[in-house]
Design a protein around this ligand. Structure first.
Ligand SMILES: C[S@@+](CC[C@H](N)C(=O)[O-])C[C@H]1O[C@@H](n2cnc3c(N)ncnc32)[C@H](O)[C@@H]1O
Length: 283
């Protein structure tokens, strides 16, 4: 199974281009950084009776693989992602470690999933990029069997996550072409507004909606910080094409701005997120 009805929108282009490349390059650091979220999703699957799980926007596959390891031969975890390069890494990891997870390259907003085929749908930061979130969550609901559980993690606001915007705030004076984040537009903080998330889930037909704030301690080795700040986010994207002088100047400025988060050999911050839960009602 591979990509179907893919619309060549901005996010598809981004995740198959610069953003996808950055996540592939930084896969190990990012998986380490976001391991606490993987653990939470694995705990959710462990606590339930799910046998067939869909991981939306699975990227390079860490959460899909972790759930597939947990389910073993008793179940199946399928990762879906719009990014070809990231799905390729996920498949290679599954093959290398012999974990029977499966991966499809698909736009989760539009992909024709088999109806009522999953009894749990999870995501670690993979659901904030849809151009029509209501269409996407309705599509996911069709893929869920009656009573299936949705558990997805998304970022709260940029204001509550200063670590995540450190680079762009520091680099803004040096990068006049740095795009401003548009509230509500597809992107990292598009689910910041709890009321908006609630109405997306209601309009797309989910029931038992439960949106809880979670504050999660995250760590990164200091030696991985350079790679993180020069590759990821809006600044990382611009630096991919910047000249050497700009790159050096921005890197130095941004690295200095991260200093409050550096504690010896470790970088520490708190991630302010939502654990979003819902259930597929009887149709
Ligand atoms: C922030 S990354 C998170 C990746 C992964 N869940 C993780 O935690 O490592 C967001 C992911 O969502 C994927 N994505 C964006 N829009 C998508 C869509 N419409 N359908 C499926 N995946 C999508 C991206 O390609 C990317 O892999």
């Amino acid at each position: 199974m591979d990509i179907t009805q893919q619309k060549d929108n901005e996010q598809t282009t981004l995740w198959n281009g610069g953003a996808g490349r950055a996540w592939v390059d930084a896969q190990e650091s990012l998986d380490q950084l976001f391991k606490p979220f993987e653990d939470r999703l694995v705990d959710v699957v462990r606590a339930g009776a799910a046998r067939r799980v869909l991981d939306v926007g699975c990227g390079t596959g860490a959460t899909t693989l972790a759930v597939a390891r947990l389910l073993g031969a008793q179940g199946q975890c399928v990762g879906a992602d719009v990014s070809g390069p990231m799905i390729a890494v996920a498949r290679a990891r599954a093959q290398q470690e012999g974990t029977p997870a499966s991966f499809i390259r698909a736009d989760a907003q539009r992909h024709a999933f088999e109806p009522a085929s999953f009894d749990m749908i999870i995501s670690r930061f993979g659901v904030m990029f849809f151009d029509s979130p209501v269409q996407a969550f309705a599509n996911l609901r069709h893929a869920a069997r009656e009573g299936a559980v949705l558990r997805v993690i998304a970022w709260r606001s940029a204001a509550e996550n200063p670590f995540m915007t450190t680079a762009e705030r520091a680099a803004a004076p040096l990068l006049p072409n740095l795009p401003a984040r548009q509230p509500g537009a597809p992107g990292q903080f598009s689910f910041a507004d709890r009321t908006r998330v609630l109405s997306i889930l209601e309009e797309s037909g989910w029931a038992e909606i439960d949106i809880r704030p979670i504050d999660v301690a995250c760590t990164l080795p200091e030696k991985a910080l350079h790679g993180y700040l020069t590759r990821l986010g809006p600044v990382g994207l611009i630096l991919q094409d910047a000249d050497e002088r700009t790159r050096a100047q921005v890197t130095e400025t941004v690295r200095a701005a991260f200093e409050p988060y550096v504690h010896g050999s470790e970088v520490r911050f708190t991630a302010a997120c939502w654990m979003i839960g819902a259930q597929a009602p009887a149709v």
